[in-house]
Ligand binder design. Sequence first.
Ligand SMILES: [Fe+2]
Length: 376
Amino acid sequence: MNLYRMPEIFSGVDAAPALGKVLSTLGVKRIFIVTGPHVSKSEGFAALKAIAEADGRRVDIFSNTSADPSLLLVEEMSAQARAFKADCVLGVGGGSPLDASKIVSILLTHEVKPETLVGTDVCPKREIPLLLIPTTAGTASEVTIYSILTDTEEQIKKAVCSREIIPDYAFLIPEMTVSMPKSVTAATGIDALCHATEAYVSKRRNAYSDVMALKAVRLISKNLRTAYNEPDNLKARENMLMASLFAGLSFNNSSTTAVHAFAYPLGGMHHIPHGMANSLMFAPVFQHNIAGHEERMADLAEAMCGKHDCNALIPAVQQLKADVGMPMNLQDAGIPESDLEAMSVSVMTVTRLLNVNPNGITLDDARRIYREAYEG
Ligand SMILES: [Fe+2]
C-alpha cells in the first residue's frame, strides 16, 4: 500500500479567512490565479480576490480556462504567470481550472513543454506554493495526483500523474459551490459517487481507500438530492464537498476502474461531460462486476440505501441519478448507435483502468456493456 500525502485542508466557515492567514504565513507577494469565466464573475470570487490582494499582495488572473484544457492553453497560462513573476499559484474552479493550475505551478519555474509532464512521476519538483479552491463537488482535483489535459492534435485526453501536483493547501468553501448550475451539481456529484464505488472494488483497494469510499457514498446518498433541489443549502453543499474530498482520497490511493474507462470514449468522441459520461456507464459496468464480488457490492449498497444486498446497489444509484435529472441511457444523451462499435474498440486501449477492474473485460464484453448503456 502506498498512501500519498494530503494537502492541508480548511473547510466550512473557517476556510475563506484561513486563505488570508496562509498567504501571509507563506510570505507570497505575487499570486497567479487560474479560474474559469463563470466563476470569475461570481461574488464569491470577488471576495477571494480581495483576500488575495490584502497586505499589499499583487494578483494576476487567467479567467478563460475552457473545459478540458489543452496543452496549448496551459502553455499560454504559464507564459503569463512567468511574465508576471508569480511566486504562488491559486486555482479556483471546477476540475478544469484546478487541473490547469496544477500544471502552471510546475511550468512557472520549469520552462518545458507541458507534454513532457504527461505520464507517471515525470514532473520536475514544484518550487512554488500551490493552493486550490474547488467550486464543484466531484473531481477532487484538490487532493489528487492527477491533471487531465487535452491534446488537440491527437484529439485525446492525457493524464499527468505526479505527487508534485498535489497542492499544499485546499480550501473547501461551501459558498463557492452555490452558483453551480443544477446539471453540474448532479453530474459532478455522480462523478464523486463513481470515484468512491470504483475505488471500493478496484484491485488496488486497501483499508484506507475502503474507509474513505464508504463514507463518501453515505454522504452522497444523503446530500446530493438536497444540494440539487436546494442550491443555497450550505450544509448539503459542505457535505458534498466533504464527500468529493473523501472519494478523491479513496481513488487517489486506490484507483478508478472500468466506469471511468468506458466514459473516456464518450468524452473524447462525443464531448459528453465527464460526470455525465460516468453516470451513463455506471449500471452496465457494475452489473458486469457483481459476480465474484457480492460482498463488496453489498457493502456499497448498505452505504447507499441501508440494504446489505449486492443487488440493491444499482437500483439505488439509478434512482439517485433519476432524481437529479441525469440522462439514463446513451440514446437520451444523443449518442448514435452506429458509434458503439468504435467506442468498444477504443475503450479496450484504456488498459490503465481496465487492468484494475475487479472482473476482466473482453472486446465482446465491451460491446455488450455499451449496448446495455445505449438501451438503458
Ligand atoms: Fe472522475
